[in-house]
Design a binder for this molecule. Structure first.
Ligand SMILES: NC(=O)c1ccc[n+]([C@@H]2O[C@H](COP(=O)([O-])OP(=O)(O)OC[C@H]3O[C@@H](n4cnc5c(N)ncnc54)[C@H](OP(=O)(O)O)[C@@H]3O)[C@@H](O)[C@H]2O)c1
Length: 287
């Protein structure tokens, strides 16, 4: 298995990253994470295990997740890539709304730069298209921030294939972050398109967790998954992550966790090689 991906053509990162969203107040990933010191420990431990890509967003907290990452890891040592997103705001645990106006994207991006203590964000992703704003206007705003040197690479999240193609007419797209996992494969055509174009695909919810709920269905044994897991002396969650890594060389899963034990387990999935027989057993052949 190829363990690195060249993000945007010039950033070599391990294909298994960490999603930091859960290190926020709960419910709703709103407010400061209650175990702040524990969060710092977990983030530093992730880096010590070789994690070199950590995903966050303005909306996580909002802002507190980026603050936690900066306190734990700034100035990042030159090889750690912090990917963040703008274009969604949150005013209460259940009050989340898209805001893709160019002036809002500028405000979100500049706030992320300050909180993350960065002069340039390596990968800045449009969190979600705003139905009230022309998609090309939001993407154009990110292109402008890139021209100003505030963003190195631009990514998109929660987008359709058509939107990716539309955005590519405006600027090069380095990554796509959509929901995708062994059980939810509606985005198969997007994964394949991104592979053809050399675009990184960061599947969110790689363990099939619901964004505002604890627990993850793919960490529970179910038929096929439990058989393959037993065969490898692994857990069902590890097999689900190994399947993503096997599915396509442009996939960079970003499993989220608040637990050091789960973090270690998830990272160990990078060493698991699935056979063709395993894939058949999972009912998830790879074409
Ligand atoms: N772009 C978007 O719109 C969007 C939306 C949602 C998420 N994301 C990104 O994707 C990342 C991952 O998504 P996610 O956190 O929602 O889903 P996930 O990675 O599928 O699952 C996380 C959940 O699974 C549990 N878990 C993790 N490892 C486990 C293990 N080894 N054994 C048992 N349980 C385990 C975690 O609980 P514990 O804390 O107990 O481990 C947590 O509740 C986020 O951090 C964020 O960066 C993006």
């Amino acid at each position: 298995m190829k363990t690195f991906f060249n993000l945007g053509g010039d950033l070599s990162v391990h294909r298994l990253g960490l999603g930091a969203m859960r290190l926020c107040g709960q419910p709703g990933n709103f407010g400061r994470y209650s175990d702040w010191e524990g969060g710092i420990k977990l983030l530093r431990h992730a880096v010590s295990l070789g994690v070199d890509l950590i995903d966050t967003a303005h909306a996580y907290g909002p802002g507190t997740n980026e603050e936690l990452i900066a306190e734990a890891l700034a100035p990042y040592g030159g090889t750690l890539v912090i990917t963040t997103k703008g274009g969604v705001d949150k005013t209460a645990p259940d009050k989340v709304f898209p805001d893709g106006k160019p002036e809002s994207l500028r405000r979100f991006c500049e706030a992320s730069l300050r909180r993350l203590k960065l002069e340039r964000i390596d990968l800045y992703q449009l969190h979600r298209p705003d139905p009230e704003v022309h998609f090309a206007e939001s993407v154009g705003a990110l292109a402008q921030l890139q021209r100003e040197g505030k963003i190195r690479h631009v990514g998109l999240s929660n987008v359709t294939l058509e939107q990716i193609i539309q955005a590519e007419l405006i600027l090069p797209i380095a990554s796509v972050q959509n929901r995708y996992n062994l059980m939810e494969r509606q985005d198969d055509p997007v994964v394949d398109y991104c592979r053809e174009q050399g675009i990184a695909y960061l599947p969110w919810g790689p363990l099939a967790a619901k964004p505002f709920e604890p627990g993850a269905p793919l960490t529970q044994a179910h038929e096929g998954l439990s058989t393959v897991a037993k065969r490898h002396g692994a857990t069902p969650g590890q097999v689900a992550l190994a399947w993503l890594l096997r599915r396509s060389p442009n996939i960079l899963p970003i499993p989220g966790t608040t637990s050091i034990a789960h973090l270690e387990e998830n990272m160990a999935a990078g060493k698991l090689e699935l056979s063709t027989a395993d894939l058949r057993e999972l009912g998830a052949p790879i074409h």
